[in-house]
Design a protein around this ligand. Sequence first.
Ligand code: MG
Length: 430
Amino acid sequence: MGYWTDAMLGMAVGDALGLPAQFMDREDLRAEPIMEMEPDSTFGVPAGSWSDDTSMALAILDSLRIRGCVDLDDIMQRFMSWVWEGAYTPFGQSFDEGQTCIRAIMEYARRPDPHTCGRTGEHANGNGSLMRTMPLCLWEAERVLRVREEPAAGSGQEAAGQETDPAADEKRPAGPAARQEQDGGPAAEPACEAALAQAIEEIHTVSALTHNHLRAQTACGLYFFCVKAVLEAKARMAEARVQITKTGAPFFEDGEIPADGAKNASTGLLEALQRGLDEGFAWYETHDGAELSHYDRLRDLAAFAQTPETEIRSSGYVVDTLEAALWSIARNRTYEGCVLRAVNLGDDADTVGAVAGGLAGLWYGCGRGDGRGGGNVQDGKGRTTGSGSGCRKAPDGSGIPEEWLEALQKREWIEAFCEEMEKRDARRGK
Ligand SMILES: [Mg+2]
């Protein structure tokens, strides 16, 4: 429980932390790195302000929450509310909008067809669909995992994880998954494969609302496989009552590179991500791998983590963003280390921070409300943080720092959305 909150707060914190570093040179950031929440002078917003990345993700989350399914027109309507009415923003006004997204939203306003409003061609490979895909990844991963857990439990819709909301049913494609559910057949593999195919199709379709190119869609798909793998790893750990600790998590940079780095990484986040990437690469290779070669550096994450920083770009190009985010995660073993690393790469810092922060938040969590925390903890730099009054930190301080959460604009509002999604998952039999 709590993974919506962990992921969305992790994302929003990464976005807000990175916003003042957006467009900055890496050299300048090296001289004066971002270490805490700062106001952003470009947009004139106070510390803790998250931008378009989190706004668009919240719009998708809200659509899933209200509609109970992937409703493309509803998502576009919410994107329009974001742009023109300031919905899903910290202060009632949108800012930092990406060109490709704005263009698609304007096109949709002119001619409301969600299948054609997105930009196509090479130029549609910015990171604007990747940055907002986390809620959809959680939604789809939860559904796929539920199908896998209960593949043959009766013939009802519940067993296969289908929505009971009639509106949701209406929107679901009547594909192999639906037939499987109606038959109630015991064949687990086809049911899982169909659920996975539906997940990727929906993730691609939501990317295409603005970024209608297979390369950008593949980034969203690979991110989905990472999210799913992290959820699976966390579920296994919960079952075995194993807590996330620094020793169980990768990797080097918060401390130093351990001689047994690779061995260390055999458990924990890096292993989960590698598992997700392996599954993602395998899936695309057998389905739609035309753009997969652009992501070749991610095939071996432990090796990729050793790539020098000079070979990591943090631009708005979707391949750069996914690489920079995973590189930052793989080189660190706390949420804080990961996100600071991501945003101090500069350039499209808020989006790299959001993409990295979502996954890191999902893994390390906030350490919230489970009685594990309390007491002063050491952060990734060996500094002592925390007042010892709360129980909102992971036991070793690897979770999202409380001071960043406290600084986050509209934190409670984001939490309320997430808690509703978590209650919904619970009702669906998680
Ligand atoms: Mg932004």
